[in-house]
Ligand binder design. Structure first.
Ligand code: ADP
Ligand code: MP5
Length: 272
């Protein structure tokens, strides 16, 4: 059977825990054919982002049109865009219908604290989004108020629909140190109502690439024909399993990557 095509438009992470490399691992784990448009090259490991080399906007357009002409995707996710010029190139492609089932992960700052994007660049793309997946910090930056509790996340998800994105998921990962009492909560705006999605919290340092993997898995399920709410529920379970699998991995000295391929065989049922 020919695998469905799903595209990631994102930055390269040399440490391969986040960005394009993480997305392609998610697609492969889902038995999808992943393609990639690289928007920036980062010199990065589990500890920090040391340098960012932006790709010229025209080179981003060239990659997008090369794929549209020969390997058109059924769904697309965007991650790090870097500059407003690159965001304009990507929104131009979206406007001309080259980016169906678009999942926008509004990457602004890495887990390690480096700025990777700007709000006004991401805003240009949101009118074309089927779903956007900000974490609390990204939702706060876009809305201009601090999003913290599950109630805040629900309110933020509803407000962010005004950007033009049809669905919104505000994610509640990357909480500081202790496991939050309410578990891992995400708020999904469905166009009519907000649903709070709850899952078990995985206590681990290895959280590099959770947001990238979540948005990639949503795009993957959209390529397979899921509706957005089903795709989001799948992606949340996938990331929880990948976190659990890599819970005790020792890759690098900072925030390590996830178990994208289920190598650890840990599925959350308690057996290994
Ligand atoms: N420690 C954790 N345990 C369980 N789920 C988590 C954990 N950290 C993140 N998640 C989940 O991973 C997904 C991505 O969220 P998040 O980590 O907030 O993204 P980002 O990397 O953009 O900050 C969400 O479904 C969130 O609930
Ligand atoms: C190229 C690239 N894209 C995205 C992220 C964000 O991922 P995280 O929030 O896990 O650091 C990153 N660190 N690098």
């Amino acid at each position: 059977m020919t695998p469905p095509i799903v595209l990631t438009v994102a930055g390269s992470d040399s440490g391969a825990g986040a960005g394009v490399q993480a997305d392609l691992k998610v697609f492969a784990a889902m038995r999808l054919y992943g393609t990639s448009v690289i928007t920036a090259i980062t010199a990065q490991n589990t500890r920090d982002v040391r340098a960012v080399f932006p790709v010229p906007a025209q080179t981003v357009t060239d990659q997008l049109t090369a794929l549209a002409d020969d390997l058109p995707p059924l769904a697309v996710k965007t991650g790090m865009l870097g500059s407003t010029a690159v965001a304009d190139a990507v929104s131009g492609a979206a406007r001309s219908g080259m980016l169906p089932n678009l999942v926008v992960d509004p990457v602004l700052v890495s887990t390690s604290g480096r700025r990777l994007g700007v709000v006004n660049a991401i805003e240009r793309l949101l009118p074309y989004a089927m779903v956007m997946t900000p974490n609390r910090a990204e939702a706060s930056a876009i809305l201009g108020w601090v999003v913290s509790t599950p109630d805040d996340m629900a309110k933020a998800a509803r407000q962010l629909a005004a950007t033009g994105s049809r669905y919104v998921v505000v994610t509640g990962g990357d909480a500081d140190a202790e496991s939050p009492a309410e578990g891992a909560v995400d708020a999904l705006w469905t166009g009519a109502t907000v649903r709070l999605l709850r899952g078990p919290w995985v206590e681990t340092r290895n959280t590099h690439g959770t947001g990238c993997s979540f948005s990639a898995a949503i795009a993957g399920r959209l390529a397979l024909g899921d509706a957005v709410p089903e795709a989001v529920v799948f992606a949340k379970r996938y990331v929880a399993r990948a976190l659990l699998g890599a819970q005790r991995w020792e890759l690098g000295g900072g925030h390590g990557p996830l178990d994208h391929h289920g190598w650890s065989g840990r599925d959350g049922s308690g057996s290994e």
